[in-house]
Design a binder for this molecule. Structure first.
Ligand code: CIR
Length: 255
């Protein structure tokens, strides 16, 4: 069965962290957009579990940052932002029903948004949130699960997946200047259209389908030209606080 873990938008979402190009989001609109997102996952055949939002953690909707599934294990993270550490436990408990759990521990820090799995490679971003020790701990788990791991320096954006996202098993879309795309050897590299910088985000839904941001039509056009079936969704309030489409869920498959 294909499962999706998501988490509701808390009342305090307008206090979510955001960087230099961000702004305070509208909570009601974010809730509508999150409901549409969860509905899109359900319509694609996922069994969706929505954990309740936690008003003490404005960023809790970004459930991807709390845990990473690699092979047969789920790794609970140690988020780089102190204010987000308390988000991890409920996510780990939910995944603990389906997976053996591992943990990233101090002095290692790691956010799930810094982890991109492509084929048998786990790319781990070194960012303001994920440090080398966190990447080392995750790399060890990845190797034990039969993957290789590669560290990627991330500039100008919050996470690795703010700068590079997979649109299928062999293609990535890169925001120029955020990562060294030569590290993705073997993958086809497309670029986010320069007029849509930091607007493109996507989530592979499986069965040849992709969910992508409505705010990046030119980039979506270049992805669709590869023969990928793309549905679009408006997530303006999520993008406002440096979120994207991968960050609102953890997708996995269990028998
Ligand atoms: C943060 O700054 O931590 C949140 N406002 C956004 C996190 C987005 N996470 C992700 O893309 N994996």
């Amino acid at each position: 069965m294909r499962r999706a873990l998501t988490r509701g938008v808390p009342e305090t979402f307008s206090a979510a962290l955001y960087g230099k190009s961000g702004r305070r989001p509208d909570v009601e609109l974010a809730r509508q957009q999150h409901a549409e997102y969860s509905a899109a996952l359900g319509a694609s055949g996922y069994d969706v579990t929505i954990l309740p939002g936690d008003d003490h953690h404005p960023d809790c909707v970004f459930v991807e940052d709390g845990a990473v599934v690699i092979g047969e294990v789920a790794v609970a993270t140690n988020p780089g932002a102190e204010s987000r550490r308390g988000e991890v436990q409920p996510v780990a408990e939910a995944l603990g029903n389906d997976f053996q759990m591992e943990w990233i521990v101090d002095p290692g820090t790691l956010d799930g948004g810094d982890v991109l799995v492509l084929g048998d490679t786990v790319y781990i971003g070194i960012s303001n949130r994920t440090n080398q020790e966190g990447a080392r701990q995750l790399g060890k788990v990845a190797r034990e699960q039969g993957f290789r791991s590669i560290q990627v320096a991330v500039s100008d954006v919050l996470h690795l997946k703010s700068g590079v996202l997979a649109v299928n098993a062999e293609t990535v879309v890169v925001t120029s200047g955020t990562v060294d795309e030569r590290l993705f050897e073997g993958a086809r590299v497309l670029y986010e259209h320069p007029d849509e910088r930091h607007q493109f985000s996507c989530l592979i839904l499986g069965q040849g389908r992709l969910l992508a941001t409505a705010s990046s039509p030119l980039t979506v056009e270049s992805v669709a030209a590869l023969g990928i079936d793309v549905d679009t969704i408006d997530i303006s309030e999520i993008l406002a606080v440096d979120g994207g489409l991968t960050c609102m869920s953890i997708l996995y498959e269990r028998p």
